[in-house]
Design a protein around this ligand. Structure first.
Ligand code: PAF
Length: 282
């Protein structure tokens, strides 16, 4: 496995791979790799000849009061996991390499990213689209794999790829959960054991919403949102940021009726200083 830090080296290597007819699969990450990331790597391995994993904690997607400074890092362990999983190249640039002095161009998707997390994290998706477009230009992937846990991020990237005619296929890997149901996330490292227990109410409540729709035949958006909000607020230390039922592809809010297969319920909540998100198909 090769590790590359330089943008120029990565880009010329990727151009070489593509011109020799190799299919490139990219898995963009911010490191601190867990089972969720590893499952995305497995998807990329199945579909591509060469798998590139980028590890870069992207400063532009964090707001001024967010956790950029304390975002967990575990480069050595990440490299070991990548090597074990058969990754070909880890691209691990520095911030100065990605955003040299004078950098002033950003990409902004203006619709899909506007609601949900876009409201409480106003510059977040601009940072995500900017870094992803840069990663696409640097690593020239035929396909790029993202995780469904960040459903809105997936939808924003898919929209950018379509709108800007980027010649890469976006593949979405399913959310990986612990045995207890908690969606696996690098930020789970912030949680104490007690908080971990409380965080479980997110996945439990989502399952309850799915049951309401699929087993009890409930179709009312207001009723499901009200039940989910109520159940989340039983966990006293959770502060709900949003509960919303949206179209799974466009993130457009459902108005009155839930259409099974088309809609999903998305939640975000603070647990002390940790921001958690999760979603489930309805
Ligand atoms: O999901 C993430 O880890 C990040 O948002 C991504 C896609 C790697 C961009 O920095």
């Amino acid at each position: 496995m090769q590790t590359i830090q330089s943008v120029n080296e990565m880009q010329s290597h990727a151009i070489g791979l593509r011109s020799s007819g190799r299919l490139i699969g990219l898995v963009p990450t911010m490191g601190c790799l867990h089972e969720g990331h590893l499952s995305l790597i497995d998807i990329a391995k199945e579909r591509a000849d060469k798998v590139i994993v980028s590890i870069f904690v992207n400063p532009t997607q964090f707001g001024p009061s967010e956790d950029f400074g304390r975002y967990p890092k575990s480069l050595e362990a990440d490299l070991e996991k990548c090597a074990e999983r058969g990754v070909d190249i880890v691209f691990n640039p520095s911030a100065a390499e990605m955003y040299p002095q004078g950098f002033s161009t950003y990409v902004n998707e203006e619709d899909v990213g506007a609601g949900l997390c876009g409201i409480s994290r106003p510059s977040h998706f601009r940072g995500v689209t900017t870094v992803c477009l840069k990663l696409f230009n640097i690593t020239r992937p035929d396909l790029a794999v993202f995780g469904q846990k960040d459903a809105q991020q997936c939808a924003v990237i898919q929209k950018m790829v379509t709108d800007l005619n980027i010649p890469a296929e976006v593949i979405i890997g399913e959310t990986k959960r612990g045995d207890d149901g908690l969606a696996i996330s690098s930020r789970n490292r912030y949680l104490t054991n007690t908080q971990n227990e409380e965080a479980l109410s997110l996945s439990k409540t989502l399952l309850m919403a799915q049951k309401m729709v699929h087993e009890d035949g409930v179709r009312s958006v207001d009723r499901v949102v009200a039940e989910v909000t109520h159940h989340l607020s039983i966990a006293r230390s959770l502060r709900v940021i949003y509960v919303q039922i949206v179209d799974r592809l466009t993130m457009e809010p459902a108005s009155r009726e839930i259409e099974p297969g088309k809609h999903m319920v998305c939640v975000a909540a603070w647990l002390d200083q940790t921001r958690l998100i999760d979603n489930i198909a309805l």
